[in-house]
Design a protein around this ligand. Structure first.
Ligand SMILES: NC(=O)c1ccc[n+]([C@@H]2O[C@H](COP(=O)([O-])OP(=O)(O)OC[C@H]3O[C@@H](n4cnc5c(N)ncnc54)[C@H](OP(=O)(O)O)[C@@H]3O)[C@@H](O)[C@H]2O)c1
Length: 315
């Protein structure tokens, strides 16, 4: 089968190559999926470039990509509830195993896939990483009915889900994005939309109950302006030494700070897929790529110019 691979850490344009490798077979408790679509996340190119080599099991030679949709091709022993041909969406937990969704077949634990409608391949593959990240940020922020919640970086993969999830939980989302992102933000129907390049945080409409910083660019003085006492600030990227100190300092602080550490799980993915089927969650697809052009999708993600999710069609 064809697979996007790399043999050493380095810039994606230099080290990634399309390779012919053996088709994986399912071990006990696993399924092999014929991949139809895979979606791109910043983690994918960061792993290739060695940015998180201390934290994840991904070491070259390795594959790329952590979320996919497709059809079940083969069942390992002990797997129940899935049949050959069942359309599924799934993820590869990079805390547990090396990635590799940008390839024609993938073998994963049966618990890491969920059945979907055959017509949902494209939008479902965008949900696992960014959708579960947004949902778990809302949980850390204790988003409740009626809360006003600022979603910073709302035009990105995580942010575009976060605006919709805040609303699904009964909250009132206010979204920020650059001037170029404003048309996309309007489609998410937030309570208000802010061009963060044109206005200072003092005039973003705070204080809010919570700030979900999907871009991880807000400083502590800005956070203090945006949140009321008892407010909760959640960022996506770790900042040292705060990622270590925050849990110790939070009991003493009026404003609590948290860093997301995505914990992929079947319950959260099922919840998001249910919302998607009921049209309460609409994945925003920015651009589609053929498998032969998957590196361009990763380059676009790295450029920071993509707004919404990027989907690679494998078959
Ligand atoms: N900790 C975890 O477990 C975890 C899980 C998932 C993701 N992440 C991380 O979270 C980040 C966001 O992920 P993503 O999938 O949403 O990425 P993405 O789709 O690339 O979106 C990033 C968004 O950030 C906005 N942005 C860029 N520069 C900005 C700035 N200076 N100020 C405010 N917004 C800015 C961009 O929109 P504008 O053009 O509108 O500015 C863009 O839409 C990535 O760094 C990713 O690695 C961490």
């Amino acid at each position: 089968m064809r697979a996007l691979r790399y043999d050493s850490f380095g810039p994606i344009g230099a080290v990634l190559r399309m390779a012919e490798v053996a088709q994986p077979r399912p071990a006990r408790g696993q399924v092999t999926v014929r991949v139809h679509c895979a979606s791109i996340n910043p983690l994918d190119w960061k792993l290739v470039e060695g940015e998180f080599r201390m934290f994840f099991k991904s070491k070259p030679p390795a594959g790329v990509g952590t979320e996919f949709s497709g059809t079940v091709e083969a069942l390992g022993s002990g797997v129940t509830g899935l049949e050959i041909g069942t359309p599924v969406v799934g993820y590869i937990n990079p805390n547990a195993r090396p990635p590799g969704a940008l390839q024609q077949f993938v073998a994963v634990d049966a618990k890491d896939v969920q059945p979907i409608d055959a017509g949902d391949m494209e939008r479902a593959c965008t949900v696992p990483v960014a959708g579960m990240s947004a949902l778990q940020m809302c949980r850390l922020a204790e988003v409740r009915s009626g809360n006003r919640v600022l979603v910073h970086g709302a035009s990105g993969g995580v942010g575009s889900f976060a605006v919709q999830i805040v609303r699904a939980l009964g909250g009132k989302p206010v979204a920020t994005g650059s001037r170029q992102s404003q048309p996309l933000l309007a489609t998410l129907e937030p309570e208000a939309s802010i061009d963060y390049t044109a206005k200072r945080p003092e005039s973003w409409g705070g204080p809010f109950s919570a700030v979900l910083d999907c871009a991880s660019t807000l400083g502590s003085s800005e956070v203090a302006v945006l949140l009321s006492s008892g407010g909760r600030y959640v960022r996506t990227l770790p900042a040292f030494p705060w990622v270590v100190l925050d849990p110790l300092l939070n009991p003493l602080r009026p404003i609590k700070h948290f860093t997301l550490k995505l914990a992929p799980n079947a319950d959260d993915l099922r919840t998001l897929l249910t919302w998607m089927r009921r049209d309460r969650l609409r994945p925003v697809i920015a651009e589609r790529f053929p498998f032969s052009n998957a590196i361009a999708a990763l380059e676009l993600s790295k450029s920071g110019r993509a707004h919404g999710k990027l989907v690679v069609h494998i078959t």
